[in-house]
Ligand binder design. Structure first.
Ligand code: FRU
Length: 514
């Protein structure tokens, strides 16, 4: 084992002890120590789920990338394993960037990742170069392949850029051979494309074809691709950098994109539908795994590159968490996500309310009164006995009191101390759901709100909200959309309340998560 990896393993074991369980999320995977970004090598191997991740153990900011490692039997309870890789070879000394994992026929696990090094260029400058590399292991210890790097710039097709070339997702084809899909930035339009490489044995690779090209449609460079078949469709997930907003669908910055379609005869994705994967603030670079019982499950980095520096707890000893694992489906041409059903094993103390009337002044009052609406909201705010707690799984069905008479807005406050809280605000007339952490205790001038245009025509909306110590994920109407945020409100803030401008009826089913 290299000195770099030995040091990292020693360091994480010591420093981990300074973080108590209560200082971590209850049921989301967080970094063992230091910093975490993208999920890597999400796989099922030797009877356990393995999650590796982009990891800088020595600080709570991004740095030379290692691969952290954790395993789980149910995707909810995680156990840390020693760091799997460190930047210890000439071809990856600036980082072992994102990648994936697959099982070889001989039972070993193969990791494929992007090695980053700096190389002098013909013009004398030093530039970061990205190459695909391998490591082989037994689920605990991994050895980098002596033939590394296995995919270098000379294997790239014409027009492909050699500097942005990363995040291989390795796949097994039905005939037993291997494919790797890799993000790349073409020289010409500088946006993104997904290249497919193929290999008979997992070690020797050649360029095969191009799965899809961005052509500047969705942001620029496409990072962290994943590709799978689901419910009769072919699905490509990528995380585009530098996106521009398009109505309610995408938003500025690094975002997520799901393309649903089918492969044509040339192996290119013929796109039928495009959409965001998550409509909240903190979700990026997701990866999926196929579970032994055939479910396609996705986990994303529950963070946002543009706000990750500013949105963190003041005394936080670690930085970076993964989203809840989400079961995926394609229905009516759209991506649906549901919290992994194993989460239900944490449910305690079921509380149910039906047909609760929530009522407050309408919005169509004179403008001077409108100024006081926020106050009025809190006057008409209601709480329900037992409906509270910081770690909760709560499903709310909200509908107008009288069919056809839509209310103006319905507000759910959660993780609330009174002074600090986060909100979901549903405006059925516009069909807009807003998630808002502006009052969650953040003192930074960063984005705190996002809005989703909820598809459909139903006057009722169903929202399943899952709140952990440092996050909230709202699953809308069977999972047609999900909105994810991180939050660092003081842990005592566990209030939940409801208010309405107009008249609404509310059903609630609430569990504590333990
Ligand atoms: C995405 C990403 C990847 C890269 C990794 C580096 O968040 O930029 O493209 O491999 O992070 O940590």
């Amino acid at each position: 084992m290299s000195e770099v990896l030995r040091e990292a393993r020693k360091y994480e074991e010591i420093v981990e002890k300074t973080i108590t369980d209560r200082e971590r999320p209850l049921f989301h995977l967080s970094t063992r120590v230091g910093w975490m970004n993208d999920p890597n090598g999400f796989s099922y191997y030797k009877g356990k789920y393995h999650m590796f991740y982009q990891y800088h153990p020595y600080d709570i900011v991004w740095g030379p990338m290692h691969w952290g490692h954790a395993v789980s039997e149910d995707l909810i309870h995680w156990q840390y394993l020693p760091a799997a890789m460190g930047p210890d070879e000439p071809y990856d000394q600036f980082g072992c960037f994102s990648g994936s994992a697959i099982t070889l026929d001989d039972g070993r696990q193969l990791l494929m990742y992007t090695g980053v090094s700096k190389e002098s260029q013909p013009d004398g400058s030093l530039k970061e170069v990205q190459k695909q590399c391998l490591a082989v292991g037994d689920g605990l210890d991994y050895e980098k392949y002596s033939g590394n790097p296995v995919i270098t710039a000379d294997k790239l097709p014409e027009g492909a850029g050699s500097f942005d070339f990363r995040d291989p997702k390795i796949l097994r084809k039905p005939d037993g051979t291997f494919a790797a899909i890799v993000g790349n930035r073409p020289i010409k339009d500088k946006s993104g494309q997904i290249l497919v490489f193929s290999s008979k044995d997992g070690f020797h690779w050649e360029y095969d074809h191009t799965l899809d090209t961005n052509r500047c449609r969705y942001g620029r460079m496409w990072e962290c691709p994943d590709f799978f078949e689901l419910d009769g469709k072919d699905v490509l997930l990528v995380s585009p950098q530098d996106m521009l907003p398009e109505g309610f669908e995408y938003h500025n910055g690094n975002g997520t994109l799901c393309l649903i379609g089918h492969l044509d005869e040339n192996g290119r994705l013929a796109e039928e539908q495009n959409q965001s994967i998550d409509y909240g603030i903190d979700f990026y670079a997701p990866q999926t795994v196929l579970t032994p019982d055939g479910r396609r499950v996705m986990i994303g980095w529950m963070q946002n590159w543009d706000t990750s520096g500013a949105m963190r707890g003041e005394d936080l000893k670690w930085f970076g968490q993964m989203s809840l694992p989400r079961e995926l489906h394609v229905k009516n041409g759209r991506l649906y996500q549901q919290p992994i059903r194993e989460l239900e094993n944490l449910r305690r103390d079921r509380i149910e309310y039906k047909d609760v009337k929530v009522e407050g002044p309408d919005e169509d009052l004179s403008s001077s009164l409108a100024l006081n609406l926020a106050e009025k909201d809190s006057e008409s705010e209601i709480t329900l006995d037992g409906v509270k707690g910081r770690c909760v799984d709560i499903t709310m069905k909200i509908r107008p009191e009288e069919a056809g008479r839509l209310f103006d807005r319905f507000t759910i406050k959660f993780a609330s101390s009174g002074e600090h809280y986060s909100m979901l605000i549903w405006r059925p007339k516009e069909r807009i759901l807003r998630i808002d952490r502006k009052f969650s205790g953040s003192r930074r001038a960063i984005i705190h709100q996002r809005r989703a245009l909820v598809p459909g025509e139903d006057e009722a909306i169903s929202i399943r909200l899952i709140v952990d110590r440092f996050s909230a994920e709202a699953f809308i109407d069977d999972g047609i959309q999900v909105m994810t945020i991180t939050l660092y409100t003081e842990q005592e803030a566990g209030g939940i309340s409801f208010s309405c401008r107009g008249k609404a009826m509310l059903d609630v089913e609430k569990y504590s998560l333990e």
